[in-house]
Design a protein around this ligand. Sequence first.
Ligand SMILES: NC(=O)c1ccc[n+]([C@@H]2O[C@H](COP(=O)([O-])OP(=O)(O)OC[C@H]3O[C@@H](n4cnc5c(N)ncnc54)[C@H](O)[C@@H]3O)[C@@H](O)[C@H]2O)c1
Length: 376
Amino acid sequence: MTPEGRVKVGIIGSQFQADIHAESFRLMPDEAVVVAAASPTPGNAERFARKHQIPRWFTDYRQMLAEPDLELITIAAPNSFHCQMTLDAARAGKHIVCEKPLCLTLEEADLMIDTCRRQGVLLLYAEELFFTPKYVKAKRMADEGAFGKVYLVKQAEKHFGPHAPWFWDVDRSGGGVFMDMGCHGIAFCYWFLGRPKLDRVLCHMGTYVHGEKTQGEDDSLCILEFANGAKGVVENSWARRGGMEDRIEVYGEGGVTYADLHMGNALPTFSEYGYGYSVEKAPSTQGWSWPVFEELWNYGFPQEMHHFARCVRGKETPQATGEDGRLVQEALYAGYHSAALGAQVTLPFRPTGVNKPIDLWLARRTAGARPSGKAD
Ligand SMILES: NC(=O)c1ccc[n+]([C@@H]2O[C@H](COP(=O)([O-])OP(=O)(O)OC[C@H]3O[C@@H](n4cnc5c(N)ncnc54)[C@H](O)[C@@H]3O)[C@@H](O)[C@H]2O)c1
């Protein structure tokens, strides 16, 4: 019998994104309730659970998966764990929300999708830009014909670098800023344009500021060419000072729209003395700053989790799935390879035996180390 009432959720992770998941379910509580959390560092799961009034906590997420009443697991752990955690959750019969990027390799993406399909559970891809109210409004206008034929969509996301050490370790993250935030922009352009076939990827990247800290790129620029003739431009940086930036531009033969997620939803503020919090990754609240209000809502996180819970109950059809994550993964491969070659890469691009996407770029340092794949 299908369970009724609110979907019972377990969260893997206890830090940055886990907080956002817990808070998002709290903000839209009618469809789901978080009843368990798991995190390996002693004390972290308990601290997190008490903070969010979650009744059960575990240091081993596999123990949490054995709880029979849990229906939906959200994965807010480092990228290198996404695949194994998804497989374990699917085999325990739980639906899954997996954070972006889906995983490290295309083989993992296939395995995750196939396993979830065989186990009869949903694999939901946590791309909140599909739910960001301002961006949803722009897409709705585009779909209504406001801009005529859209020929260019741009998405940029930039800040001065992530908060936790594992992001900088390419063996755990899979890559630098292109992997971490380019995955948002690729998904965004694809979704905005109505999921057309992706034909070609051209990418430039470099490590300009954080070379002592990481092998990963800290700035990237990517051009996507879709089969319908439209282009996507994805700009990302971990080298950009001044806090978080997230914006889009949409150009059609009949019009244009721009959206700046933070500046447009902020209070231009000057403070001699500073105050508590302005916006994600802001370096200071003294002097000029742009504090946002309803930050999670403006990103679309509560709306995203609400939608996923409704999918579990069969009330809505998933809008962001493992297949979206796999398409992004292939584009990430193509982007890293393109940056290594200095040339466009044509899709399908599915080299096998790649350990992590950034290896396709780091391979440029090794003469002759080129995976099979087509470059124009
Ligand atoms: N959608 C977004 O905008 C967004 C923003 C930030 C992070 N993320 C994604 O969320 C995921 C987590 O990132 P974060 O910023 O929360 O990182 P974080 O370092 O703040 O937290 C990672 C959590 O994973 C836990 N963890 C590590 N190993 C584990 C294991 N073996 N079992 C269970 N838990 C384990 C850690 O204890 C920690 O609680 C990443 O995939 C990241 O890309 C998405």
